[in-house]
Ligand binder design. Structure first.
Ligand SMILES: Cc1cc2nc3c(=O)[nH]c(=O)nc-3n(C[C@H](O)[C@H](O)[C@H](O)COP(=O)(O)OP(=O)(O)OC[C@H]3O[C@@H](n4cnc5c(N)ncnc54)[C@H](O)[C@@H]3O)c2cc1C
Length: 397
């Protein structure tokens, strides 16, 4: 189905992003896969091309372009021609907006220019060994010590965790309230801020997913981001965009898997004909095509709604849930149509298959998405329960 949301300038942008991905990202992909991390230079090159934090105001070096369609193109081209572990979008639209929307003028002046140039790489630290979906259960603490906050605790599964120069860390500032959280910017080199392991994962091998430790880190008061004790609500504010970013990515991964499978089944022969000639193959491909087109129409509409500031938490949750579940089915079907080759590391579909497994878990799991959607139709058990049970990532609904 022809997509209607892009205009000529978007298509021109897509062409330049495609050549950036083909020339500057993809050639390093195998090396990054083995190393478990991408080169810092990838961010510097993206910065030179003006691809980082495009929404940032010109006075901070950005292009002043908040249009989400540009990020959609970056994601689509990275998934197709770049490297799925190059988490430029996490930097651009998942963490960057915390600084852009919650930061004071002084903070934005201090941090944004180097994020736009790629000299500083961003991460966000919410998840802890004992708390993931249940954000309000976080244990990392920041105590007010007069001229600074004293930060103690740890985070895990943090994307860009090794590369990050600035980490937006969520910490408890009011021990008496489950929602008493605040956001702090922890900078590379602060005494007591240490990285743990670059965690070995099933997929997304080139992405550095790490543990972070905070041992008596003196965080200056100037590094509090947003309002004290309002961190939980600040986090919720950004969740719709985070889920839309995911939806765009999962569909793009599905499209790439579909296309390589289409090529494969036309070449590969069995029983005197191509795999594509079997009715089962054609029906499987038809089902995939139909579901991706329907999903894309919904996601593209969400993008336009988001550009108008109208995207609801439950529509973003539907987009994330539908596309991540669809991506999982597509990857499974595409491996099946590849036969044994689909299980071999040298065939891209095998990596795509394992990369996709996390989509149903991070950025809010499928179960949490279903909670949000159920609440939007009036099925909300929180109204019958004590308040302390109503504070997980699903509370964005
Ligand atoms: C590769 C990777 C990258 C990540 N990047 C980051 C990052 O950059 N920053 C960050 O902070 N975190 C990051 N995470 C963490 C991720 O957000 C969490 O893993 C996710 O939120 C799930 O939390 P959990 O792992 O604690 O699972 P749990 O919360 O323990 O969930 C376990 C199971 O219980 C289910 N469950 C939980 N609550 C409910 C409920 N209310 N109703 C029904 N079922 C429920 C879940 O759906 C899941 O199936 C990353 C994780 C991975 C694997």
């Amino acid at each position: 189905m022809e997509r209607k949301l892009f205009e000529d300038e978007h298509e021109m942008f897509r062409d330049s992003v495609r050549s950036f991905m083909q020339n500057e990202i993809q050639p390093h992909s195998d090396r990054w896969h083995d190393a478990g991390i991408v080169d810092r230079e990838a961010y510097l090159k993206a910065g030179e091309m003006g691809l980082l934090l495009m929404w940032a105001d010109e006075r901070y070096g950005g292009a002043g372009v908040p249009d989400f369609r540009y990020e959609q193109i970056l994601i689509e081209e990275n998934l197709r021609y770049g490297d799925p572990g190059f988490f430029m979008t996490l930097h651009n639209r998942l963490v960057g907006p915390y600084l852009g929307e919650l930061g004071t003028d002084e903070q934005k002046q201090r941090w944004l220019p180097k994020c736009v140039s790629g000299e500083h790489i961003l991460a966000v630290g919410i998840t802890e060994p004992g708390a993931g979906s249940d954000v309000a259960g976080l244990r990392t603490r920041a105590e007010d010590k007069g001229d600074h906050y004293l930060l103690n605790g740890s985070k895990t599964y943090i994307s860009n965790g090794i590369l990050a120069d600035l980490v937006v860390v969520v910490a408890r500032t009011d021990p008496d309230s489950r929602h008493g959280l605040s956001l702090f910017v922890v900078e590379r080199g602060m005494e007591g801020f240490e990285r743990g392991r670059n965690l070995k994962k099933m997929g997304l091998k080139s992405q550095d997913t790490a543990e972070l430790f905070f041992n008596n880190v003196k965080v200056p008061k100037d590094n509090l981001l947003g309002e004290l004790n309002r961190g939980f609500y600040h986090l919720m504010h950004f969740l719709a965009e985070e889920r839309l970013l995911g939806a765009v990515q999962y569909l793009a991964a599905g499209e790439a898997a579909f296309d390589i499978t289409l090529d494969y089944i036309r070449e590969r022969k069995a029983f005197g004909r191509t795999i594509a000639d079997f009715q089962n193959t054609r029906f499987t491909m038809a089902d995939m095509r139909m579901q991706m087109d329907v999903g894309q129409a919904f996601v593209d509409n969400c993008v336009l709604e988001h550009n108008e500031g109208q995207l609801s938490a439950h529509d973003a949750a539907k987009a994330k849930l539908f596309t991540s579940e669809l991506e999982g089915r597509i990857m499974d079907d595409c491996v099946q149509l590849h036969g044994g080759a689909g299980y071999m590391d040298e065939y891209p579909i095998s990596r795509m298959y394992v990369n996709a497994r996390i989509s149903r878990i991070y950025a809010g799991s499928s179960e949490v998405m279903r909670e949000i959607i159920a609440r939007s139709v009036g099925l909300d058990p929180r109204k019958k329960q004590p308040k302390s049970l109503s504070s997980d990532r699903a509370s964005a609904a």
